[in-house]
Design a protein around this ligand. Sequence first.
Ligand code: TRP
Length: 460
Amino acid sequence: MAVRGNFSSKLGFIAAAAGSAVGLGNIWGFPYEAGAGGGAIFVLVYLFFCFALCFPVMLTELAIGRKSGRNAVGAFNALGHRKWNFIGKLGVLSGVLILSFYNVIAGWAFGYTFEMAAGNFAITESFRAYTTDIFAVGGYGLMFMICTAFIVSKGVSAGIEKAAKILMPLLIVMMLSLIIYALFLPNAMAGIKFFLLPDFTKLNLSVVFNAMGQAFFSLSLGMGTFITYGSYINKKDNLVTSAALITLTDVGIAIIAGLMIFPLIGFVSGGTLSGVGRGPELIFVTLPYIFGEIGGSAGSIVGMAFFSLLCFAALTSTVSLLEVPVAYVVDEFKMSRKKAAWLMSGIVYLIGIPSLLGNGYSAYFSEFITYVNVTTSTDFLNFIVNVANDSFLPLGGSLMVFFAAHIWKKQNLDAEIAIGFEGYQDSFIRKYLQFVIPFLLPATLFIIFAMIVLVTFFGF
Ligand code: TRP
């Protein structure tokens, strides 16, 4: 069998797992989803999903991974349930699809690092022109994919763990400083209110769907990332505290990103919060504008630092996305890690081309008709987000939990979670898990999944 990687320490695992979770999903995705979903009400629903439902999914994935010591597909075989390994295959497919569009956005962020360095703050006025320049953005995307493939080809390495331990705190410090700067700008409070004071009249099904998809995406759940990472951890580790730490870090950084962006939107829009791009362009338009306000070489330095740290956060996430399909072919097809990493990343890059073209370059992919009721169109990137994030991840998560509770059996799940956790038997968390895992969690997720499919694809 090909050599499997291992984390050098518990902290290494936490850093890598938190690195997977923290990425564009928090800093690019969360503010734009919150902006589109009515602000604070979206945040509330999102928090509910993260803690009440996604946290048990994360524990389940970690337990399956550690018990089996295998990749997302092989784990099911190793536990003696080969028939159920389609869940892992769905995960591998989700990973490939997510990485395909994720890399496009990472490519934008990478390109922005150079634009900021060059003092090109005017880029805010023509973001569309920027994404339409596909040779440039495609090239940056290619470089980004190569970095990802290179790291994954080296194995779950100490290098990325070490870098994560230094650069992630730096990113947090940088965002906290930007929050302080933003809070003193005129009309900042309008943004803060929108982000923190829920308007319950804005609650509707689409808010619930998007918040759920966002929670899974941001926490890297539902496709076997944590099965794969769990397979590299130690029997002595406490899964519950690890999962709690990862969840808190991830949610914390999303909230920090919101606190950074919304006052800026308040400022840029003169307090109306309208007229500011709320879609995927959000951070690519609002932030450079602010860096331009700071102006001169200070603005360039801040802008460059911000986007390079963002790229780093994205890189620890793309690594984890690529790791899932790579671990699968390494374990199951006995391919060398190096070959698997380059092959998979090549495939993913090609699959990402429509997402790249769908931001202005190709009219067909920019207004991709996907729905059965053919009245609405969306760009291809958003289409993949609907399919992979909002549908496959919750579906994968509910299937995994269902599998763990009823096929693998909840006593086994319980026993695996207990290892490394003294006092688990009488803990509150055990009672909670016993309550949600058998039926409530898989059923809730499944019902919502079914509704998403009906609404999104059949226009109900
Ligand atoms: N969670 C990452 C982010 O927020 C993206 C990511 C990495 C991911 N691995 C994943 C999403 C696995 C879903 C599944 O940017």
